[in-house]
Design a protein around this ligand. Structure first.
Ligand code: NAP
Length: 737
């Protein structure tokens, strides 16, 4: 059915009806905007204020002539108005409404129509003010606000589209919801807060002496109670029409207040801090959702490109943010330990904050992060609580893989979700061996998220042989092993990062080590400790390669983690002739740490030993940059043994290097790169932070600008990347975000 909208009739010319009429008229949505209200004074005012083109003296005649009818009367009046107008509605006339509750509107329509027509599409603008009446009509009221349409099963797609277009025409964002869901969601997000504001003001005002309290009330009171100035009749109607959903929310709220009351009366600091820190984190997260970003303090919301110009010699001391892998593990193991774990140097990136939020959602009290400091009130291995909903992990694959191991051993069900990019990564590598341990995990096709993990499964230890080294799979299995009967052992063909093992041992867990094999026994306990997170080696590698290829550079990287499973690149660069020294070597939180000094010295091509490459897999892109700047042809062998995602990564790198004039060839198990002159050009990092970093490092030796697209991943992993790089001498400009 095609709809042609010339005449719109708005019934109920108050705040919402008047605002919609005015906006439709101003934007010339249709030829004629007609108003009807039972109050003739409102109609006259609407005409005088230019809100409508015409005031209808007779409702039924106006309905019979309209192409689109908008009901904007109080929700309690809907049934009466519908009973009046339905007999004269033409078959092609569209009908919608703006009521704050939807179940009762649909019920009223069913009663009036008998069978709901395809032309009826209920709606609710999430916009308003404390004012009422047509004098308050505001043509901008709906701009950048949401409108929820709740089409019935009978509503036609064409009718829904026309109503959606009408709201878009006045600047609103339109979304759709099922009627019952709308009433539940609104009961929690709108109705409950309004009722609390009314009740608080009413309670405080009940005593005459409290007029004084109002006189001295500060901003918090004013902000919290602003909405108690809304129209009482409207809220009375809403309570009557959405009573069940509101009562359910009031009960939840009362239980929450009771918990807080108990925490205060028993002076339970941990419970109080738990409520306040969780609430603050949720409120902060909500603010970021409102600004279309996720967890990070300095969030980016859109695509990010870099423009990298040839930079200066790199110099100065650089203090790097905390190690990404260790930051994730510190939150997980600190939460599962007994007692208070203090973390210093925590990396405040979107990814690690996703892990932190997941544990908060499971009831762990976590203070901070504040300038890298985090305090975790650990709940012990069996103290996590069921989260209120799915655990959302943004784009963090590390969070999802490691959490699988922890959650497989819990007594409750969980669901893990992520953003679009994470939803493209298969989790099968972790899920399959966990299933062998007895875990019940459902995935989408191909092992893709979302993952549904069933609780209360009895896990048993396994002896697992990893086909390729993977610290994340190994860690997930060891974490699940904490909850399994017997021993859980993982053997790898080459050593992957061992941060989980070191931290587990630091927190009092005994592991059995043999060459290439590590095993954990069930039944242990973790004891809280202090965790000092060293500077991130993956980020340090960018600066190390930058200084190693830029003549005149002398750079000191402070407090870098030099865990032997992470220093493969440094050893390879030394073989190529780089001048890299460790100073002030020490141990922090079970991890070896040093200040790393790098001075420029020309690099020579080598044949990279496969054993070293296995310890530099994440740094392969930067190694290829070093090879492109070395004298001669560097052979990197053993790439076939690296992780499965390396094919795509190698392709991106070879294409990028080729575009800048560097010859690079990929064989079945090797890459050969011939050093040479590097030009400028446009490259794509393909959403991989390691590739983005490598292309940015290349700019130091390029003859022109390198434009790198798809770098948002690097911003998410290391929010301070561009600032730190430019401070050291790089010339990288950021676009977008
Ligand atoms: P309003 O300013 O009081 O306007 C309602 C108008 O409808 C009044 O002029 C009222 O006249 C008139 N009316 C009442 N019964 C009628 C009837 N049987 N026939 C014709 N006109 C009638 O209220 P509003 O704030 O615009 O709310 C209207 C609708 O929008 C409600 O369903 C509400 O749930 C929804 N809504 C409100 C907000 C908000 O923040 N205000 C936000 C979203 C949705 P009288 O003055 O004579 O009663």
């Amino acid at each position: 059915m095609k709809f042609s909208i010339n005449k719109v009739l708005v019934i109920g010319l108050g705040l919402i009806g008047g605002s919609l009429a005015k906006a439709l008229k101003q934007r010339r949505y249709c030829q004629h905007v007609i108003g009807y209200d039972r109050n003739p004074a409102e109609l006259e005012a609407g005409l005088a204020l230019g809100v409508i083109d015409e005031a209808a003296p007779d409702l039924r005649a106006a309905v019979a002539a309209a192409d689109l009818v908008v009901l904007a009367v109080p929700v309690k009046a809907t049934d009466r108005v519908l009973a009046d107008i339905v007999p004269v509605l033409r078959a092609h006339t569209l009908l919608t409404d703006v009521g704050s509750t939807k179940g009762n509107v649909v019920a009223a329509a069913e009663a009036a129509f008998g069978t709901l027509p395809a032309t009826f599409v209920p709606g609710h603008p999430i916009a308003g003010s404390e004012k009422s009446g047509v004098a308050a009509a505001d043509a901008q009221l709906f701009e950048r606000h949401k409108v929820i349409l709740t089409p019935t099963p009978a509503s036609s797609a064409e009718a829904t589209l026309v109503i959606a277009r009408m709201w878009q025409a006045v600047g609103a964002q339109v979304l759709q919801m099922e009627v019952g869901r709308h009433d539940q969601v609104l009961a929690a997000t709108s109705h409950l807060p309004h009722l609390l504001a009314f009740s608080l003001v009413d309670t405080l005002a009940a005593e005459a002496a409290n007029t004084d309290i109002f006189r001295y009330a500060a901003g918090g009171f004013r902000d919290f109670t602003r909405i108690a100035a809304s129209d009482p009749t409207m809220w009375h109607d809403i309570c009557l029409t959405n009573g069940d959903a509101i009562l359910a929310q009031l009960d939840r709220f009362s239980a929450g207040v009771e918990k807080l009351r108990h925490a205060i009366s028993s002076a339970d600091s941990q419970a109080m801090l738990g409520i306040f820190t969780r609430a603050k984190a949720s409120r902060d997260h909500f603010s970021r959702i409102l600004s279309s970003s996720a967890y990070a303090q300095h969030p980016h919301s859109g695509p990010v490109d870099y423009r990298a110009q040839p930079g200066a010699a790199l110099s100065g001391p650089v203090r790097l943010p905390g190690d990404k892998s260790i930051s994730h593990r510190a939150i997980m193991l600190g939460s599962l330990a007994e007692g208070i774990t203090s973390i210093e140097g925590f990396l405040e990136s979107e990814d690690s904050l996703a892990t932190l939020q997941a544990f908060r959602d499971m009831g762990v009290v976590i203070e901070g992060p504040h300038q890298g400091a985090v305090k975790i009130y650990g709940v012990g291995l069996h103290g996590l609580q069921p989260p209120p909903g799915a655990l959302y992990l943004g784009r963090s694959g590390m969070s999802m893989r490691l959490l699988c191991g922890v959650l497989a051993g819990q007594a409750f069900d969980t669901e893990l979700t992520g953003d679009v990019s994470l939803s493209r990564w298969s989790m099968e590598q972790v899920v399959l061996p966990l299933r062998q341990m007895g875990a019940r995990i459902d995935t989408a096709d191909g092992g893709l998220p979302p993952l549904r993990i069933r609780g209360a499964q009895s896990l048993h230890g396994i002896e697992h042989l990893l086909p390729v080294p993977s610290a994340q799979v190994k860690s997930a299995l060891l974490l699940a092993g904490l909850y399994a009967t017997g021993s859980t052992a993982v053997t790898e063909p080459a050593a992957s990062r061992d941060h989980t093992e070191r931290m587990l041992q630091g927190l009092g867990c005994t592991l059995d080590h043999a060459t290439g094999r590590v095993a954990v026994q069930a039944g242990g306990r973790l004891r809280a400790s202090r965790i000092d997170v060293p500077g991130d080696m993956s980020l340090a590698a960018f600066f190390i390669v930058g200084a190693a290829i830029t003549p005149g550079s002398e750079l000191l990287l402070q407090r870098v983690g030099i865990n032997p499973t992470r220093t493969g690149l440094i050893e390879i660069l030394r073989l190529m002739g780089a001048d890299i020294r460790f100073e002030q070597e020490r141990c922090a939180g079970g991890e070896p740490v040093a200040d790393v000094r790098v001075c420029y010295r020309p690099l020579s091509a080598i044949e990279v030993p496969a054993v070293l490459l296995a310890r530099a897999s994440d740094e392969l892109p930067l190694l290829m940059v070093a090879a492109a700047c070395a004298q001669g042809a560097t052979w990197i062998r053993g790439v076939g043994e690296l992780r499965h995602d390396m094919d795509r990564l190698l392709k991106m790198l070879v294409t990028g290097l080729g575009a800048l004039g560097i010859e690079a060839l990929v064989g079945a198990d090797s890459v050969c790169i011939r050093g040479g002159a590097i030009g400028g050009g446009a490259l794509n990092a393909g959403g991989d932070y390691r590739v983005a970093m490598a292309f940015a490092a290349l700019s130091q030796r390029a003859s022109g600008e390198i434009h790198i697209s798809e770098c948002a991943c690097l911003e998410a992993a290391f929010p301070e990347f561009v600032t730190l790089a430019c401070r050291a001498g790089f010339r990288i400009g950021k676009e977008g975000g």
